[in-house]
Design a binder for this molecule. Structure first.
Ligand code: LLP
Length: 425
């Protein structure tokens, strides 16, 4: 197994454990498919990042979209994290998990009036503003509610991040942020309003970035804007560099966080700005696995298929981005490896977890763990094919807790029954 999974899963006497609990016992207790998370791994990831940034005046705002379970938000809040949210729903989650409003940043290109009102009423640290229209709306809503909207402009620095095109965000072909040459005028406009307060500047150039260089390019651009505006008396208190810190899925080297921290220290030495980072994946991905049971093993003239009870509706990353997730049998298998496609029950050829993967030959009824699934796993799950979303389990030492019950088919149909028709569709 790669280092990506070491924190969560270890083999002990021939079977996989999450901390001190065997995955086999979890499958027996809670059924499959199920997401299993290690509390120790999440907190370990957070503490390691915290330690690496120790010399910087930094606030880690966990990016809620990566895994928004309230228990996980609560754990990270208790450990000292703030939050990066991108919807009214995520804002409500962060607040429900006890987040102090002044630790919440609100990003996203399409904030609605209701979402802006919610952020203003809560008194969040800042909106990361992505267009002139949004700035105007925040201003007018703040005036109407007699509040002051705290804002940063999310600058699109036009730098390339070497990652999957769907999760790259910092170039002119992307919908995100305000072009760097247009940002200064928005700041000038913001400072003229009694209902806006400029907090600083933000950017986020993409996700699963493995090299530090794109961060330096983005930083250079936004420090340039900070200098230009400082000359006019507009001073930034906060610099939000976004998230995107890449992790290993199949043996890659992760983004070198120590190098990132060192470089940030050097580049920000002269500045009094407080740093905000918005990591999502790097805090939770390797802390989670998707536990699934083999339903059938079949072979045609070309291929071997292992059909499992989890599908693309439970974990869409392979289908959507062609992402690699390590897959391992829960019980040790001595057999030689054979090439298989690991596929789900959904009626689409895109419903796969692996193509041509070397796996020990497994039998129906056996358990597999799809690793590094703690980020962008359950949050992207859907009910396609009227499949209830899986259970979620949090493990802490020898204790395993069901933190979200498996959905039931009846629940999925609930909203479709018309009350006026006596409960019939
Ligand atoms: N901040 C902003 C403004 C973001 O848009 C994102 C992610 C983050 C922070 C956190 O990025 P992270 O540290 O997790 O890389 N579903 C895709 C990833 C989408 C990322 C979207 N934005 C995946 O499964 O790879």
């Amino acid at each position: 197994m790669s280092t990506s999974s070491r924190d969560l899963i270890a083999r002990r006497s021939g079977e996989l454990f999450c901390e001190d609990v065997s995955l086999r016992s979890l499958a027996e207790r809670f059924g499959t498919p199920a997401y299993v998370y290690s509390q120790g791994a999440i907190l370990g990831n957070y503490e390691r990042l915290r330690g690496t940034l120790a010399r910087l005046p930094a606030l880690i705002c966990y990016s809620v979209k990566a895994n928004s379970h309230l228990r996980i938000l609560n754990l990270l809040r208790q450990a000292g994290a703030g939050f990066d949210v991108v919807s009214g729903g995520e804002l409500a989650r962060a607040l429900r998990a006890g987040a102090a409003p002044e630790t919440i940043v609100f990003s996203g290109v399409g904030k609605t009036q209701e979402e802006i009102d919610a952020g203003l009423s809560a008194g969040i640290l800042m909106f990361n503003v992505e267009s002139a229209g949004e700035l105007d709306l925040i201003e007018s809503r703040a005036r109407a509610l007699n509040k002051v909207g705290q804002v940063s402009i999310r600058v699109n620095p036009d730098v390339e991040a070497d990652t999957h095109p769907y999760i790259s965000t910092g170039q002119m072909i992307h919908k995100f942020g305000v072009p760097k040459d247009e940002a200064p005028n928005l700041y000038r406009r913001a400072t003229l309003s009694l209902h806006l307060k400029v907090q600083g500047v933000a950017c986020h150039i993409g996700s699963q970035i493995l090299e530090v260089e794109p961060f330096w390019k983005a930083l250079d651009e936004i420090l340039g804007i900070a200098r230009e505006l400082a000359g006019e008396g507009i001073n930034f208190k906060v610099l939000d560099l976004g998230g995107g810190f890449g992790i290993p899925y199949s043996g890659e080297s992760p983004l070198d966080l120590a190098r990132l921290a060192l470089g940030l220290g050097e580049r920000l030495r002269e500045s009094s700005m407080r740093l905000i980072l918005e990591p999502g994946r790097s805090l939770v991905a390797n802390a989670g696995a998707l536990l699934t049971r083999v339903l059938y093993v079949k072979r045609n003239h070309r291929k071997n298929f292992v059909v499992v009870d989890a599908g693309m509706n439970d974990l869409i990353r392979p289908a959507l981005y062609g992402s690699y997730h390590e897959i391992v049998p829960v019980l040790d298998r001595a057999e030689e490896k054979i090439k298989v496609d690991v596929v789900g029950p959904v009626c689409e050829s895109g419903d796969f977890f692996a193509h041509d993967r070397d796996l020990p030959s497994v039998q129906p009824g056996e358990l597999l763990a799809v690793l590094t699934a703690g980020a962008y796993g359950f949050v992207l799950a859907s009910n396609y094919n009227t499949r209830p979303r899986p259970a979620e389990i949090l493990v802490n030492g020898a204790k395993a807790e069901l933190i979200r019950a498996r959905e039931r088919v009846e629940q999925l149909m609930d909203g479709e029954i018309s009350a006026s028709n006596g409960g019939k569709p």
